[in-house]
Each structure stands twice: as structure tokens, then as C-alpha cells.
Design a protein around this ligand. Sequence first.
Ligand code: PRP
Ligand code: URA
Length: 208
Amino acid sequence: MPNVFASNHPLVAHKLTRLRDKDTDLKKFRELVREMAALLAYEATADLATVSRQVQTPLAPITGADLKERIGLVPILRAGLGMVEGVWELMPTSEVWHIGLYRDEETLKPVQYYNKLPVEPTVSVCLILDPMLATGGSATATADVLKRWGVKKIKFVGLIGAPEGIAVMQRAHPDIPIHLAAIDDHLNEKGYIVPGLGDAGDRQFGTG
Ligand code: PRP
Ligand code: URA
């Protein structure tokens, strides 16, 4: 699949296995989401633009690099929240803009309940953060919002994607690369990813 990147890093595979395990407790689950988000964001940001900057080491001058663009982290509430801290530690000057969406249980369509984006875009690159890309409705709706806001470069960073959701996202936004830890087999009749990890929001927040 063009523009879809499933990590083949052993650390990601190891952590994902623990995350999937139904016996992994709440605290460990949150820790794994945070750590995996950082590893995946590291891979997803490999092509960010930089500008040269001169610094003086204790021994000599050298031309180094600074990130060029203003970066926005866009977690989709709720489950994307758990991915923020790990990524933010890597890019502490990023802005964090929350988008609140939930899936209607009957239709599986995303319903937006939170969006406080200002009129003018304040960032030039956005990383959409959401552990699960299931039907693709939430990711697609968030990308729509960010493009309307005026962001030119967007990437999706998630943990597990279903082939169905990846196809939907790619049809709607072929320009947006999708970075995942794994691509799973299918969606069940309730729109859950199989084998997946269950409900990413409930497993992070102890609900459900
Ligand atoms: C989950 C998940 C995604 C969405 C993915 O959120 O975190 O946002 O489902 O499904 P989709 O690809 O079919 O849109 P959910 O609606 O369960 O809300 P929550 O994060 O508040 O638990
Ligand atoms: N949301 C989840 O949390 N898990 C799934 O498998 C699908 C959507």
C-alpha cells in the first residue's frame, strides 16, 4: 500500500504484543501507548525539514540543524490523548490541538464534539495521533478539519490499522502518510479491529 508504513522495529513489535495482551493492566497499557507513540513518531518525522544553525562546541564551531517547521500534535479524543506525552517529549516546542470525536455506536460515523482551532493555522505540519484506524471515519474527518484549517502537511500516526480503514483514509487523503505499528486482519461487525487490542479508550482510562 503506497504511503502506508508499518513499523518493522523489534521494540515496536515487542511493545505491541504486550499492548494486545488482554491481561496487561491499565498502568502498563498507558505506558506502552506513550512509548510506542514516541517510537512511531520518530519514524514518521524522518523527513521533516531543517535549517542550518551554527553552534560552538567546547572545542570547535559546527553547523548543526534546527527543525524548520512549526509542528502541531493533534490527538483525537479520547484515545489519542495517551499518545501525546511520548511524542511531545521528542518535540517539546510542538503545539497540541485537540479534536474531540466519538464513533456513533449504530452508524460507526464520527461525531465531532470538540474543536477549538483558531481561525488561522498556527502550524505548518500536523501529526494526527490516534491508536486505532478502524473504519477510517475519525481519521478522515480529522484530516478534513485540518485541511480546512489550512495545514498543508499532515501525517497520521497510529498503533493498529484495519485494511478497511486504511483504504478509506487513502481514498479521501492520498497525500497523508499513515504510520502504524501493525496492519491487522479485518473489522468485526461492531467495527472493532481483529485481532486488535480491544477498545483503546477504555483500556487507557479504565472505563467500559
Ligand atoms: C476510537 C479510536 C478512534 C476511532 C477509530 O475512538 O480511538 O478515534 O474509534 O474508529 P474509526 O476508524 O472507525 O473512526 P472512540 O470512538 O471509541 O472514542 P474514544 O476514543 O473516546 O473511546
Ligand atoms: N476503536 C477502538 O478502540 N478499537 C477498535 O478496535 C476500533 C475502534
